[in-house]
Design a protein around this ligand. Structure first.
Ligand SMILES: C[S@@+](CC[C@H](N)C(=O)[O-])C[C@H]1O[C@@H](n2cnc3c(N)ncnc32)[C@H](O)[C@@H]1O
Length: 518
């Protein structure tokens, strides 16, 4: 057998590394897998890049190209359709990601006109055959004839939009139904200049909502890496030094007293992280756990108890995290419980996620931990009536508050999938209230601002029971840190929930409600 044939055979059998494919081709493969196999880019990309022979610069290119193309897909598709003059469905499937990648490189990565067109044509030839190159060349030439601003202007003036939400959806690359949901949440959240009580007529709600545009823009920016320095387990200054010793930069978070924002370091290289004394956790998540820990509980006879966690040990407080996986909030609650002398139980029905909870809790003293269980959260109320002082329900939700972390997520969700979770969310909250003693507190939390799974769930549950009432979350968080931006007090007599917004708090868009069991 000739040398070349032997080599080809070994490559086919996977015994030899193939020649490193170029960066654009790797990006194309990842995009196609994300689309066709429903893979998650943030899991697939490190795996693909780890096993490739690409240079560091090429890996950076692939990462930016994949995340960017996924995030901006809506705008890129509108550009492609406008340049082509026909619908996306009329384009050979294999060419769509070639054009998206080319358009992204031109509009967002400062690609040179000639290189962007040429490389797109080469990629088309490789992936879809020589006969497709003329088409790609023609469409790409039209795309590079305008800058990003010019394309936005052109698309903005198109007359085919049914409403303002559809126009914003293209400009900021979101599905229009998500724009409408976010608009409603923004309007109800207490940060819009003139909060409107209108719940219908999305067009009117959208008028003058610069905040909404800032929110949509923030979904397209990668978030900072934030650490949670778990109290009683790690020391702020020591973690500061540890990050700097590895060449990273670090600054204090602005909202949570336990937050450090870091750059230029992989958190998995920090001993404090691998030992479970520090976690990677968004500040919004930290605030949600802290709100529960700091909410005032009352004694069982209705007498106002101590503020926050004072006397928690004396009271023998029992805390429960009912939907714990993967366990970021659990670990923060557990480290506070350890500090104040409470005990914490954690529940997560999915085994692999329960393992992550255990991993997150590995630095916690055994004496602080109650049961780590795998129940359906809906069973707690009947199985452990009135057993807990504080219960966290971080409910399964659409995750529309964390779109900046999951670039492909916005294209996978549907309005129906949001509605489908509502009854589970209500049942979990009811179960948590039943499992809470009189005078105790439940935190209902989601990483979504969508009203149907936040405010409306709490209101529906409370309107059907007479033994529970809302607490004012902004007041609890203000005690923690007076510089947290708080919602306007629409009616000071009504206790408020708290919706965090990316553009206001620079956190994931967590929703936090606190409910007292009467
Ligand atoms: C939003 S996540 C919780 C995130 C977690 N608190 C953290 O900060 O890391 C919701 C969790 O609820 C779990 N879950 C789903 N259905 C549940 C049920 N019926 N009872 C309890 N937990 C459930 C999911 O497996 C998921 O891990």
């Amino acid at each position: 057998m000739s040398k070349a044939k032997t080599l080809a055979k070994r490559v086919r059998q996977g015994r030899m590394p193939q020649q490193a494919p170029n960066a654009r081709s790797v990006a194309y493969s990842v995009l196609t897998k994300v689309q066709e196999q429903d893979s998650y880019a943030n899991l697939l990309l490190p795996h693909v890049l780890g096993g490739s022979e690409l240079s560091t610069d090429d890996k950076r290119f692939v990462t930016d190209a994949v995340y960017g193309t996924l995030r901006w897909r809506g705008l890129l598709d509108a550009v492609i359709v406008s340049a082509h003059g026909r619908s996306l469905n009329s384009i050979n499937k294999r060419l769509v990601n070639v054009l998206r990648l080319g358009a992204y490189q031109w509009l967002f990565m400062n690609g040179a006109e000639y290189a962007v067109v040429n490389e797109s044509v080469k990629l088309a030839k490789k992936r879809a055959g020589q006969q497709t190159t003329g088409f790609v060349n023609a469409v790409m030439r039209k795309i590079v004839a305008r800058t990003l601003d010019q394309w936005r202007e052109t698309l903005s003036q198109e007359s085919s939009y049914e409403d303002e939400a559809e126009r914003l959806a293209v400009q900021y690359s979101h599905p229009a139904w998500i724009v409408r949901e976010l608009a409603a949440a923004w309007n109800a959240g207490g940060y819009a200049p003139e909060p409107s009580v209108k719940e219908s007529g999305v067009n009117e709600e959208l008028e003058g909502l610069e905040g909404l545009e800032a929110m949509l823009a923030a979904d397209n920016e990668a978030p900072a890496v934030t650490l949670c320095v778990r109290p009683s387990l790690a020391d702020m200054d020591a973690v500061y030094d540890e990050v700097e010793a590895l060449g990273g930069r670090v600054q204090r978070g602005e909202l949570s007293p336990y937050a450090l924002r870091v750059r230029g370091v992989n958190p998995q290289n920090l001993a404090s992280v691998t030992e479970g004394r520090v976690g990677v956790e968004d500040e919004g998540s930290q605030l949600a756990a802290l709100a529960l820990a700091l909410a005032p509980v009352e004694d069982a006879d209705g007498v106002k108890g101590a503020e926050g966690t004072e006397d928690a040990a004396e009271r023998g407080e029992r805390w429960l995290d009912m939907c714990a996986g993967p366990g970021g909030k659990t670990a923060l609650l557990a480290s506070i419980a350890q500090e104040v002398g409470a005990t914490l139980s954690a529940n997560e029905p999915h085994e692999h996620r329960r393992e992550l909870v255990r991993e997150n809790l590995k630095a916690i003293d055994a004496g602080t931990l109650g049961e780590i269980s795998g129940r359906d959260g809906r069973e707690f109320g009947a199985t452990f009536p009135g057993a807990f002082d504080r219960v966290l329900v971080d409910a399964p939700c659409s995750g529309l508050g964390a779109l900046r972390r999951r670039p492909e997520a916005r294209w996978r969700k549907t309005a129906e999938s949001v509605q489908e979770l509502a009854s589970l969310q209500k049942e979990l909250l009811n179960s948590a209230l039943d499992a809470t003693r009189s005078g105790g507190v439940v935190a209902y939390v989601t990483c979504s601002p969508v009203l149907a799974e936040t405010r409306d769930i709490v209101s529906a549950v409370l309107s059907a029971r007479s033994d529970a009432s809302r607490l004012d979350v902004p007041s609890v968080l203000e005690e923690l840190n007076s510089s947290i931006p708080l919602p306007a007090s629409v009616d000071s007599a009504s206790p408020r929930d708290m919706q965090l917004f990316e553009n206001i708090h620079d956190t994931d868009q967590m929703f936090i409600a606190l409910i007292r069991k009467i």
